[in-house]
Ligand binder design. Structure first.
Ligand code: ZN
Ligand code: ZN
Ligand code: ZN
Length: 349
């Protein structure tokens, strides 16, 4: 994620900010060029401080789940990220609102990233090939799970409750479980269908790297939940779950690819360097770059490793878990390279 600042007083703004904490000007995000705009709160309309263009907030701003802007004369009430919502929770329950807010923070960051890559995001409500989100609460008698099917990403609201999520993380013996992780994983299944399944050449490259996805999915998952991952899973997979089936390996690797790109992009916008005399040359970053502009994925990984070493160390100083608790082996790098090469032509920078 890039960094933003107030158009009125230049104070730093977070991506989610509705206003500048320093001068009180309202703020909103314009996705077409990834800019944060600010507005005089005393103004009669939402006219941007610098460009003097009129906007309206996305309709979801009323619930404090969105700060994205829509041109004032647009027939759309919702921003491009919220147009992807098909189902939102029943907001007459207070805890649903809080959980939905958590989910929207993750979803907007996901959409920022997919747009930056240059991926086509069409809403399924108007396009059968498109994508949509169902954020739902589940009754005990319903057999609904977090997952993806045919462009519909279902996320159970309980995942947005940090206590329940931590409980699930322990039960599943996972090292990392977050909302942004879920969303990146599930959207990976959608883009597998869009980018790989429809192109024979790319599908055969995929099978060479990830294996043949025609293996029965239900049986494979059942076997995984019965037997677990093989002992040597770390050699070739980013997570235990990735061993269950080539589709899950793809979605797990895709999610980690997006994690790494976001970490390195954020480091770049802060100008972070890891350049101490106390550490070996292989663990240094002398300069930073926007990873979305880099062709060679090895360069990105060479930056990510020292970066996560440094940031993990800061987390340990505070007694909290590592920000990136994974080891990326050459076999996993190879899988990520395939994703990077696949996405490079999409860039519209
Ligand atoms: Zn300000
Ligand atoms: Zn919105
Ligand atoms: Zn999956």
């Amino acid at each position: 994620m890039k960094v933003f600042q107030c158009g009125h007083c230049s104070y730093p703004l977070f991506f989610e900010n509705n206003e500048c904490e320093n001068c009180g000007h309202l703020s909103g995000y314009r996705d077409v060029d990834r800019q944060m705009l600010t507005f005089d709160p005393a103004g009669t309309s939402l006219t941007s401080d610098r460009e003097k263009i009129e906007y309206k907030y996305c309709k979801n701003q009323q619930y404090e789940v969105c700060n994205w802007l829509v041109p004032k004369d647009s027939p759309q009430d919702f921003c491009s990220a919220c147009q992807l919502n098909r189902t939102i929770p029943n907001l007459s329950f207070k805890e649903n609102l809080q959980n939905w807010q958590n989910l929207e923070v993750a979803k907007h960051r996901l959409v920022y990233q997919l747009q930056k890559i240059g991926l086509d995001l069409r809403t399924k409500m108007t396009d059968a090939e498109g994508l949509c989100f169902d954020f739902i609460t589940k009754n005990n008698d319903q057999n609904i799970m977090t997952g993806h099917a045919n462009g519909i990403i279902t996320i159970l609201l309980r995942e947005a409750d940090s206590t329940l999520r931590e409980q699930a993380r322990k039960e599943m013996q996972e090292r990392y479980r977050t909302l942004i992780g879920h969303l990146r994983h599930e959207v990976g299944h959608y883009f597998w269908e869009q980018l790989i399944s429809k192109n024979e050449d790319i599908l055969s490259q995929f099978r060479n790297i990830f294996g043949n996805e025609e293996t029965n999915y239900g049986d494979a998952l059942q076997a995984y939940y019965k037997n677990g991952a093989p002992d040597n899973w770390r050699d070739s997979y980013i997570s235990k779950y990735a061993t269950s089936h080539p589709w899950e390996d793809w979605a797990e690797t895709w999610a980690h690819y997006l994690h790494i790109m976001d970490m390195v992009e954020t480091a770049h916008f802060f100008g972070l360097e890891v350049n101490s005399k106390e550490i070996s040359d292989t663990m240094k970053i002398a300069s930073s770059f926007d990873p979305y502009t880099v062709k060679d994925f090895e360069t990105i990984i060479r930056t990510c490793v020292p970066l996560s070493y440094a940031v993990n160390s800061i987390n340990r100083a505070m007694g909290i878990p590592d920000v990136y608790p994974f080891v990326i082996t050459p076999a996993v790098v190879n899988k990520m390279k395939f994703i990077h090469q696949l996405l490079l032509p999409k860039r519209k920078l």
